[in-house]
Design a protein around this ligand. Structure first.
Ligand code: BTN
Length: 273
């Protein structure tokens, strides 16, 4: 992978500017630094290797050289609020952008490889019930003004990108294992970006919610949901019903009562039988 090849492959997409790094701490961190220096809307950071890749809830994201697809896209437009006095809008926007990333990955993989993947609410892409990709949306603030959102996506491509099972909260897999052939990372990047671009202005429309819900994993299954880290918070059990019109996960507990999850800091686990 190099910048010239990337630019040529993405030339038909209205991407802002592209930075390619052989090695970086985190593409989300690089995007953050770039925003401070004026990165335009749809500025793209791609790295071959991340030395301090971030996942959600402070977890690490493993990106060894040449084995994964790791990139961050700067989204400046359509940042509806300029501030968020009630603390309601940003979490909802962040959830929709997270879903935008996950939906784009699923649809690109479906179109390019005819492989079915699912979204483990809110941000994981699963292939055969194993984690294939993750999405990390971060907000960039200037004082109390939202400057931009950073949509970071990591996709496991080759076996080296799959972390060893011991330290994982969820079993992982990679695309090449499922396809049994090499994967062109740049072609996949192109298709994921294409999907993001086609959905980005529709994230508040019913079509977007419907497409997201159609890919929701564990529908009709009993799950344990944790409000924070599974190690340290109370859990509740519910059968997954789907999404509501805000993109919240709808579940029903054993007494038949429906409850909804809004925050992105939740974990899902199948209920042991
Ligand atoms: C998760 O599943 O917890 C989210 C993982 C997100 C990883 C991507 S890789 C590109 C971007 N840069 C980062 O440091 N993280 C995201």
């Amino acid at each position: 992978m190099d910048l010239e090849v990337l630019l040529a492959a993405l030339s038909d997409l209205p991407i802002g500017q592209v930075r390619f790094l052989e090695r970086i701490d985190s593409t989300n961190s690089e995007a953050r630094r770039w925003i401070e220096k004026g990165a335009p809307d749809l500025a793209l950071v791609v790295a071959d290797e991340q030395t301090a890749g971030r996942g959600r809830q402070g977890r690490k994201w493993f990106t060894p050289p040449g084995a994964a697809l790791a990139f961050s896209l700067v989204l400046r437009q359509a940042m509806v609020p300029s501030n968020d006095p009630d603390g309601q809008i940003i979490p909802a926007l962040s959830m929709r952008l997270t879903a935008l990333g996950a939906l784009a990955v699923c649809q690109a993989i479906r179109k390019r490889y005819n492989l079915l993947t699912e979204i483990k609410w809110p941000n994981d892409v699963l292939l055969q019930r194993r984690k294939l990709a993750g999405v990390l949306v971060e907000a960039q603030w200037q004082g109390d003004q939202l400057q931009a959102a950073i949509l970071g996506i990591g996709i496991n491509i080759a076996p080296d990108s799959v972390p060893v099972a011991g330290g994982l909260l969820y079993p992982a897999t990679c695309l090449q294992k499922a396809l049994r052939r090499p994967v062109d990372r740049i072609a996949l990047l192109h298709d994921v970006l294409d999907e993001i671009l086609s959905w980005r202005n529709k994230i508040n429309e019913p079509d977007f919610l419907n497409a997201w819900e159609a890919l929701l994993a564990f529908k009709g299954e009993w799950m344990i949901v944790y409000e924070n880290d599974p190690a340290g918070s109370a859990s509740r059990q519910g059968i997954v019903l789907g999404l509501d019109d805000q993109g919240r996960l709808r579940l029903k507990d054993r007494s038949g009562e429906e409850f909804r999850l809004l925050t992105g800091e939740l974990r899902l686990r199948p209920v042991a039988s």
